[in-house]
Design a protein around this ligand. Sequence first.
Ligand code: SF4
Length: 380
Amino acid sequence: MCDKTSIYIHIPFCVKKCVYCDFYSKTDLSLIPGYINALQKEIEKRSGLKDAIDTIYFGGGTPSLLSAKEVETLLQTIGDCFSVASDVEVTFEVNPGTVDLNYLRELKNVGINRLSIGVQSFNDDKLKFLNRIHTAGQARNAIDYAGKAGFDNISMDLIYGIPFETKTAWLKDLKTAVTLMPPHLSCYMLTIEPGTPLHEQLKKGVIRPLGTSDMTVMFKQTSQFLGEAGYDHYEISNFSKGRQNRSKHNSKYWDMIPYYGFGAAAHSYDKKTRSWNYRSIDAYIKDICSGRLPVEDRETLTSRQTMIEMIMLRLRTLEGLDLKKFTTLFCVSFETRFKDILDHVLESSFGSVKDGRFALTLEGRAHLDSIVEAFAEKIL
Ligand code: SF4
């Protein structure tokens, strides 16, 4: 591992499942204490005292189902096992249906310094359709409590492109979000994943998804509206008020910096190898209790895989791909290796090369998947 790395902690529990979600999580909350115990053991087993940690991220699932005491225990274990930087960013995902002012104050006291609030929408019908456990009122309260508890580093998650949603309705959500002035916003386009209740509804013809052109308009509308409101569109789904409010943790993913992932279904990456833990909480706990690491599998990335990944991740970002870094890493110039695709992207105004970086324009980012696919085909 290199000197500054990250830790992701997966908390795979939810009060109930949202219709669109394909993340691994369970609704049996009685498993939480045993799971926390197993998490501590995994952190201890994989401890790397020489590794400096500058970002920690509690994601889920619903981390806000943990007590502040449990969060404190996990942070203490990390502190005992790693060298945690004094300015570490510690992000915690909260579901508005699970928090009150007192809880957020407690989180602040145990060392959480950034909240990612799963608002999703300020429209109760939309929240109901998504099977969220909270109302728009609770979402507003959570944001209010976060401020009162002393959090100034707050991100809000929103989702758009659900079947009956109009562009006007989405814009209304964005306008409401902006009036609450979060320094960071994540706006995710709905994707209907196989295996989710929403996918079942789709198969039965109960819902009709929005078309690609509607989605593209909403994507651009989001970027334009938030841009006018002073947010940088620094990653395909992420917006921040200035560079200082970007997610440090996620920026490291897009920069392919190594990370430890702890917990069921968590992935880890050490620049050469990617490994992932068992998805099943039972299998995860069983392995830990038997003294084994709960790793289901691992793969060593080939140079081609790393190349595809780097292009895919960097083209998501505002700064794009550092061409010199690419040449150093792969011993070939990007412009030579991908001349045809690059020419096409530049001619179509889907991208530009400036200051040694290749980045996509907004129009290009709207076609990110097909552009990445073209690069991948050329590499494989
Ligand atoms: S709360 Fe989050 S993790 Fe849980 S089901 Fe809903 S979207 Fe998925």
